[in-house]
Design a protein around this ligand. Structure first.
Ligand code: N01
Length: 533
């Protein structure tokens, strides 16, 4: 029998880091329910349990700022926390702030339908819950809808296949196994060195080589921790004033203003800095000037050539077809060095693509590979994928996936015209993954909470954005992107990693301060670009 509908104020979708904070922020004032697909909280850091999974931004930055006691008391063991520590932190926050009673685990949202007469969303979940609410906050994550390769023959493959987001809970015994990993993005670059150490043989199937730099991860030293804890409030505020919500050294000189010796010194410092962002801003013009960018590319290629002993393998690993930073720059713990092991081989699947699974492994246009385990580190239907996979119907039967068929549209990444009272956190066309996502997410949740408070105080029943505002925001987003080298790569940033996915660059690269300023100014100007009624 169908469950009776529940009437509440706000549904939050997702109990990842932003969703958890939204629960904490809103629960005292409003009746809320949070739906989460996973069996546990933590979002990205719940799902991504593959060997080697760890954050590539320093944990002292990549952590919550909303509670002073929490940030003072929590101890990060390492500079770059591993997945188990991040998941432990998410669970600690859920327990410490009593969030669990509002979170329904293993219960993904299946559909959202807006009743324009009642100004209410109807939310249906996989477990048959039917919630009628005023507002929906989609904290569904930018990298949460896995991309599975769809080569034929999968059903006949007799070995084991794991996508990196669906790693088994029990440790795998791989010591006598031939393992293949498909992909060389951030995920594969973290997983591969560990898989190489614990398997009989590892074959890496590479379509596009990646730029990666060493993380220099190590136990967090007390002095570094103390200096952060003594200055947290000041540093968190400074972070929000930086381009990527991260305290790195911002450059003052163009690559063209430096001698080759100066360039090299700056790049060596960047290489040792432990931050991928640092390489992208080694000079003022890395992301905007092809020649300046090429200086950084060649520096990294030479690092690869220095590390990898076999020159042919080294050359295959050197990215040459796109600018550095145009795809997400990776951070690794021994990725290139791994290729010096006897039990690792590299297969180029750009020139000879994978065509099918066989009973015993994979077939490319040139060869057959026998594998006991296949790891698909093939990434995500990013940014829009999680929302497009929910059946969302706005006013007059408009479906979100139809509205976004040619690419996402929205205002400031928060709202889509025709979908009133639905707010996105880290939505498309927001700074998203090009910002430090926990602190940026907190700011976005605070912003949305402020909008909801205003609506309630001013007696409005609904807020929508306009198509004109969406067009203005698209112009701002495209204008910012067109000044960078991002468009020179196919990646999840522009959806070109997914066959048939349309749309342009899906992330706002105008910098967080400008994004924040434009969003806040619109609110101050009596909600310019929005319609309240
Ligand atoms: O996914 P990706 P990811 N045949 O899309 C390849 C964040 N993250 O999971 O480049 C062969 O980057 C694909 O090849 P190509 C971070 O923001 C953060 O690695 O499209 N290969 C590529 O090599 C990151 O950017 C952390 O030619 C195929 C790979 O699969 C984002 O998540 C850690 C293929 C996918 O790379 C996504 O990273 C991990 C095919 N049919 C992730 N299809 C940290 O914080 C795809 N590929 C450290």
């Amino acid at each position: 029998m169908a469950k009776p509908p529940e009437n509440i104020d706000i549904v939050i979708i997702g109990a990842g880091f932003s969703g958890l904070y939204a629960v904490h922020k809103l629960r005292d004032k409003y009746d809320i329910v949070c739906f989460e697909a996973g069996e546990g909280v933590g979002g990205t850091w719940f799902w991504n349990r593959y060997p080697g999974a760890r954050v590539d931004i320093e944990s002292v930055e990549y952590s919550y700022s909303f509670d002073e006691d929490l940030q003072q008391e929590w101890k990060w063991p390492e500079y770059f926390s591993a997945q188990p520590d991040l998941e432990r932190y998410a669970n600690h926050v859920a327990d410490r702030f009593g969030l669990r009673k509002d979170i329904r685990l293993s219960n993904p949202v299946k559909s959202l339908r807006f009743d324009k007469d009642a100004n209410r969303w109807h939310v249906q979940s996989a477990n048959g819950d039917h919630v009628i609410c005023k507002y929906v906050i989609a904290a569904t994550g930018a990298l949460s809808a896995p991309n599975m390769p769809d080569w034929p023959g999968r059903e006949k493959y007799r070995g084991e296949i794991y996508h990196t987001t669906q790693w088994p809970g029990e440790p795998l015994d791989l010591k006598d196994k031939r393992v293949g990993i498909i992909g060389t993005g951030s995920t594969a670059i973290q997983a591969a060195p560990i898989l190489a150490e614990c398997s009989k043989h590892l074959t890496v199937f590479q379509r596009t080589p990646a730029f990666s730099m060493p993380s220099g991860n190590r136990p967090l030293d007390e002095e570094h921790e103390r200096s952060w804890k003594e200055n947290y409030s000041e540093r968190r505020a400074q972070m929000l004033d930086t381009y990527g919500v991260s305290l790195i050294e911002y450059p003052t000189k163009s690559a063209h203003e430096c001698t080759p010796e100066e360039q090299n010194k700056i790049l060596e410092e960047g290489w040792a800095s432990k931050s991928a962002f640092q390489m992208m801003v080694a000079f003022t013009d890395v992301m905007t000037d092809r020649e300046a960018n090429e200086v950084v590319c060649e520096f990294v290629r030479n690092k690869i050539r220095d590390i990898v002993k076999d020159p042919e393998t080294a050359e295959k690993l050197c990215p040459k077809s796109y600018p550095i930073g145009a795809k997400r720059l990776c951070i690794d713990n021994g990725y290139f060095d791994m290729y010096n092991r006897d039990n690792v081989s590299l297969v180029d699947v750009k020139s000879a693509p994978i065509t099918e699974f066989t009973e015993t492994g994979l077939k490319t246009t040139e060869s057959v590979y026998d594998l006991d385990v296949i790891v698909t580190a093939t990434g995500f239907d990013a940014v829009t994928g999680a929302l497009s996979r929910i059946d969302i119907e706005g006013v007059d039967g408009l479906k979100l996936k139809d509205k976004w068929r040619e690419g996402p549209t929205c205002t400031f990444g928060f709202m889509v015209a025709g979908f009133p009272n639905l707010f996105m956190i880290h939505g498309p066309l927001s700074p998203g993954a090009l910002s430090q996502m926990i602190t940026a997410g907190e700011w976005q949740v605070d912003f949305v909470a402020g909008v909801i408070d205003d609506l309630e105080q001013d007696g409005f029943l609904r807020i929508d954005t306009t198509e004109e505002a969406e067009q203005n925001w698209a112009a701002e987003v495209n204008g910012a992107a067109s000044q960078t080298v991002h468009h020179l790569a196919d990646s999840w940033y522009n959806g070109k990693n997914i066959a048939g996915k349309k749309g342009g660059f899906m992330i706002y690269v105008g910098g967080f301060p400008r994004y924040r300023d434009l969003s806040e100014t619109a609110v101050r100007n009596d909600y310019e670009g929005f319609l309240r009624s």
